[in-house]
Write a protein that binds this ligand. Structure first.
Ligand code: NAP
Length: 254
């Protein structure tokens, strides 16, 4: 999507410093978006993504925030509006799985953290974004994409049931918000990646998970981050102007 300078979309991508979020940022920059990229701690990697996006002509604001801190999460949309004057898109991408393991081995503290980052922070960000975008509040409309997971519909037994639960909740955010705010110009959709090559698997304690899972994937390979980014770019583009409440699975057939 090419845009003129005065009419560029402004999109927030949470967790834009690496992995799927970084690929989304670089794809959106190439498509003509200006960007607000949040990250938690890896400033060097966030700055590298910023430079790559700027090389495509994007104006980029980096915003450090721990999304487990919901008061801090509430500051993301206002910071974006203050910097760019508007926000037209939000990608709720940042997420954690918790450690891979049996359901009985997990701690409730870890489950709470998974729900804070994967569910409560997206509620906070989505509320703020819609309050800014909704046409009945003086906004110009907008588009929100929630990065869920194929795990939302499998339950992820023996792996990470609380993570699966959190992504099922995120799917319900898409369904409900798309219906409640369709009349006021806000589209809300989901992209559900299958196993994709990023560092999230090492953080979960299984760095080799993508290759280990390949035999169970119809396409016999894990996904690559750019394959998820393309679906997000589509949903944020005018090509998706009548698409809301959808869930695009980017999961190799699973
Ligand atoms: N990779 C997969 O196989 C897969 C499959 C299905 C769904 N997904 C979903 O895709 C999304 C992105 O996953 P990924 O694989 O790209 O993950 P990743 O490589 O681990 O990257 C996670 C990103 O989220 C940020 N982040 C993590 N915790 C945060 C917190 N407390 N506050 C703020 N930012 C935080 C990180 O920032 P820092 O760099 O500063 O740490 C980083 O930018 C997640 O929602 C995940 O559930 C991934």
């Amino acid at each position: 999507m090419q845009t003129d300078a005065a009419n560029r979309p402004v999109t927030i991508v949470t967790g834009g410093s690496r992995g799927i979020g970084a690929a989304i940022a670089e794809r959106l920059a190439a498509d003509g978006h200006d960007l607000v990229l949040t990250y938690r701690e890896r400033a060097d990697e966030a700055e590298a993504v910023q430079r790559a996006c700027e090389a495509s002509g994007a104006s980029v604001l980096l915003h450090q925030v721990d999304l487990a801190d919901l008061d801090a999460a509430a500051g993301v949309v206002p910071a974006a509006v203050e910097h760019f004057g508007t926000v037209t898109g939000l990608v709720n991408n940042a997420g954690i799985t918790g450690r891979i393991g049996g359901f009985l081995d997990g701690s409730i503290d870890e489950s709470e953290l998974v729900f804070r980052i994967n569910v409560l922070a997206p509620i906070v960000l989505t509320r703020a974004a819609i309050a800014h975008m909704a046409t009945d509040r003086g906004g110009a409309g907008g588009s929100i994409v929630n990065i869920s997971s194929g795990a939302a519909t499998t339950g992820a037994p023996n792996t990470y049931i609380p993570y699966s639960m959190s992504k099922a909740a995120l799917n319900a955010l898409t369904t409900g918000a798309s219906k409640e705010f369709g009349p006021v110009g806000v589209r809300v959709n989901t992209v559900s990646p299958g196993t994709t090559r990023t560092e999230i698997h090492a953080a979960a304690g299984r760095p080799d998970a993508p290759d280990e899972r390949a035999p169970g994937i119809p396409m016999r390979r894990p996904g690559e981050v750019h394959e998820v980014a393309g679906a997000v770019a589509y949903l944020l583009s005018p090509d998706a102007s009548y698409t809301s409440g959808a869930d695009i699975r980017v999961a190799g057939g699973n």
